[in-house]
Design a protein around this ligand. Structure first.
Ligand code: ADP
Ligand code: MG
Length: 374
């Protein structure tokens, strides 16, 4: 994979890689889960290891662009994975940040956070306002910031700033910019202004409970900040930069959640978008693909001008430490990994030595899960 990445960077048709960060959340389960200990742990700022379910005397070691261990703060995640790309949006370039991972692994915590621990979205919005202020003081350009907020639910594009709106079409203009005619774009002039529109809109998100998690989100929530700058002097050139901040639907295998009927249909659609996203990221990062399959799902079609090409993108893959998430974690890591290696060394339990075979039992329950790497 490392070789393929080098090719991507040195190739003729230059398209940017998607930077991949992995964030491991702390144990938040009950004491029983804590007794069992974690099934995954960090090694350094790029590597982690996970128990190998095939062979308890081995671990699987993965490498990423960045690994954020469980004690990493919201500020550190923002500073290392998101802040560096924001400046480009003021120069008319596009950027995207998305949180990937199973339900319960910390996507919403990472993107939205809480009042006490604000996540990527509030921090990025504040930073964009700060950057704009500094740039305006430098002179030369006037800036205006607009926001849109939508969700992709069941392969439908719904405007969260205009509740009750119908599925919106995604189009491409002659300059290959992706746009959604009819999508609300609200001009905002301060962070308070942003919050005023964003908070009620967040409540419009379609969420339905599943067996796995009451608050499981079945949709992709997409926040767009559009920064337009206009030259003060003639010829009044204008440039637009877009920043997409995306809280993806859960990547878990839906066979486990007992989804049926309408839920199952949703799952299929979610899997289509996530499956296509994985193909897109893979082909961008390998640099060998003739065709990047953006058009195969709504999510990737929407992100087409902001993922790959000249855009700056980062995917924060969220994972959980507990054994109950083992196969979802394994699948998420295989999606995100730059490289992986089987290491012939047992995973040392830091707490009580519970039988490693509990992992195997889980696998049998779920049939072919974990097959991504096979
Ligand atoms: P997701 O959106 O992926 O389903 P959440 O963000 O809702 O997951 O996280 C699940 C639970 O774990 C929440 O209660 C959240 O507050 C908590 N959590 C997630 N990540 C962290 C973290 N890094 N530190 C502390 N708590 C976290
Ligand atoms: Mg969530």
């Amino acid at each position: 994979m490392a070789q393929r990445v080098a090719l991507a960077e040195g190739g003729n048709k230059k398209t940017s890689r998607v930077r991949v960060a992995v964030r491991l959340r702390p144990c938040v389960g009950n004491s029983h889960e804590k007794d069992e200990g974690p099934c995954v742990r960090g090694l350094d700022s790029q590597n982690l290891e996970i128990v190998n379910w095939r062979n308890a005397t081995e671990t699987v070691k993965y490498q990423f662009d960045v690994f954020h261990a469980e004690q990493t703060t919201q500020q550190e995640v923002f500073r290392s994975s998101v802040k560096p790309i924001l400046q480009h949006v003021l120069n008319g370039q596009n950027a995207s940040v998305f949180a990937y991972g199973p339900t319960g692994a910390g996507k919403t915590h990472t993107m939205l956070g809480s009042q006490e621990q604000p996540g990527v979205i509030p921090r990025a919005v504040r930073e964009v306002f700060n950057l704009v202020k500094a740039k305006e003081e430098e002179g030369g350009w006037d800036y205006s910031i607009g926001m849109s907020y939508l969700e992709i639910y069941n392969e439908k594009v719904l405007d969260l700033l205009s509740p009750g709106s119908q599925d919106l079409p995604i189009r491409e203009d002659k300059d290959k910019n992706i746009l959604i005619p009819g999508l609300t774009l609200t001009t905002i002039s301060s962070f308070a202004d942003f919050d005023k529109h964003f908070i009620p809109a967040s409540l419009n998100r379609t969420t339905a409970s599943t067996k796995l998690n009451q608050r499981s989100s079945r949709s992709h929530a997409v926040l767009l900040l559009k920064v337009v700058r206009t030259q003060r002097d003639l010829p009044h050139r204008q440039q637009t930069g877009k920043l997409y901040l995306v809280d993806l639907a859960g990547s878990e295998d839906n066979r486990r959640t007992g989804n049926q009927g309408i839920r199952l249909k949703e799952s299929g659609a979610i899997n289509l978008s996530l499956f296509t996203l994985s193909k897109v990221v893979d082909s961008l990062n390998s640099g060998t693909a003739v065709r990047v399959p953006y058009r195969d799902s709504k999510l990737t079609r929407l992100l087409q001008d902001s993922l790959g090409g000249s855009a700056h993108s980062v995917m924060i893959t969220n994972i959980s430490p507990e054994y109950e998430y083992y196969f979802d974690t394994f699948n998420a890591l295989n999606f995100a990994a730059k490289s992986k290696l089987i290491v012939n060394k047992p995973f040392t339990r830091e707490t009580v030595a519970a039988p490693v075979l509990s992992v195997k039992r889980t696998r049998e329950d779920h049939g072919v899960r974990g097959s991504v790497t096979e």
